[in-house]
Design a protein around this ligand. Structure first.
Ligand code: G6P
Length: 367
């Protein structure tokens, strides 16, 4: 029953829709709701001596890691290195005592990520593994197993595993901050409350599915698409572009909004839709000014923001996607929904094999 498509046409759509439930399920293992405290599956695991974090993963899991880097540095003030697993070993990474290596993997079997784990282990690092398959090799080899409770993910393009990874990583960042004495009780309570709101906000985001489907035609007609974001929305822009590439075969690039003027701006014309991810918040105005640079050059912009953001900057966009207004901590989880749905509907419009895209594998067990 768990791996039927239910009423959905594809596994991917079913998995997108499961996110409120599986994120809630995942958070239950990391939050004590009554006490308003964060916790780990091994509550006594001591993170206080961690001096540095290295995050290694591939594909969508890597983008979850990129979001987490912001959180670890912001909350715990611990420096974070991050690499794609296939590059990690080959740059002779410097790993000192007191380092925590975090591998992130839906399958727990990706060959490059597993090799990175073993390399870090041989360099004396403590290993934490954020994995969705509790019986996987990475789960077995880690010192600290941090399961995502997303349930089996069948669609090759990862969706619900990503949002569950983000939930675990946010809770881990808070746990690390607490262990390092960087999080007082009031802040801990606030973090727990914000995270606990994520499932309801994910539901609210899913309610915009129809309007996303309606505008998917614009993107389906494009040959190239650009995704822009700033801060934690930058990894989401990368994830949005990856999703489009994977299942609709449209060439897409994700870019840090402020970096656009150093290259991609040369591509702007009315044939390249630019999708801007900009929830209202401290970085909103900066991203909007990058968006206006695109519009001034005749670029067609799709703005994904909340009601306030769209009121402030939606004029002149060819389409807007409204998201619920959420705290910046959970924005990456919530804004994952429209980028997933958009890729899904574009792929359906193009008639591709959504669940089994050409040339891609669910789990890559060769280097
Ligand atoms: C493949 C899948 C992606 C996934 C990546 C990493 O490329 O198609 O969806 O993000 O592997 O997989 P992992 O199991 O390590 O998260």
């Amino acid at each position: 029953e768990l791996i039927s498509k239910g009423n959905h046409r594809h596994y991917m759509l079913k998995e997108i829709y499961e996110q409120p439930i599986v994120v809630a399920q995942t958070l239950r293992a990391y939050l004590q709701r009554m006490e308003e405290k964060v916790t780990l599956p091994i509550p006594e695991f001591d993170l206080s001596a961690i001096k540095r974090v290295t995050i290694v993963a591939c594909g969508t899991s890597y983008y979850a890691g990129m979001v987490a880097k912001y959180w670890f540095e912001q909350f715990a003030r611990v420096p974070v290195d991050i690499d794609v697993a296939s590059e990690f070993r080959y740059r002779a990474p410097v790993m000192e005592d007191g380092g925590l290596m975090i591998v992130i993997s839906q399958s727990g079997e990706t060959a490059d990520t597993l090799a990175a784990l073993r390399h870090a282990r041989s360099e004396g690092q403590t290993i934490a593994a954020v994995v969705n398959v509790p019986t996987s090799t990475m789960a077995r080899e880690a010192d600290l197993l941090l399961p995502t409770h997303a349930g089996p993910e069948i669609g090759v393009a990862s969706t619900k595993a990503f949002s569950c990874q983000l939930a675990v990583l946010a809770a881990l960042a808070a746990n690390l901050a607490k262990a390092k004495g960087k999080l007082d009780e009031a802040e801990e309570r606030r973090i727990v409350r914000h995270l606990a709101e994520a499932p309801a906000s994910l539901n609210a985001a899913l309610a915009y599915d129809e309007s996303i489907q309606t505008m998917a035609g614009v993107i389906a007609a494009a040959r190239d698409v650009l995704y822009l974001g700033r801060g934690t929305d930058y990894p989401l822009a990368l994830e949005g572009a990856l999703k489009l590439k994977e299942i609709s075969y449209i060439h897409a690039e994700g870019y840090a909004a402020g970096e656009m003027k150093h290259g991609p701006i040369a591509l702007i014309d009315d044939a390249v839709p630019v999708i801007v991810i900009a929830p209202s918040g401290p970085l909103f105005d900066k991203t909007v000014s990058n968006m206006q640079e695109v519009q001034a050059r005749g670029g067609k912009v799709v703005l994904i923001s909340d009601y306030d953001g769209i009121q402030a900057a939606g004029d002149g966009c060819i389409a807007t996607i409204t998201m619920p207004k959420v705290h910046p901590l959970i924005a990456p989880l919530v804004y994952a929904v429209p980028v997933q749905l958009l890729a899904y509907h574009v792929a359906v419009a193009k008639g591709t094999d959504v669940d089994q895209p050409r040339n891609l594998a669910k789990s890559v067990t060769v280097e």
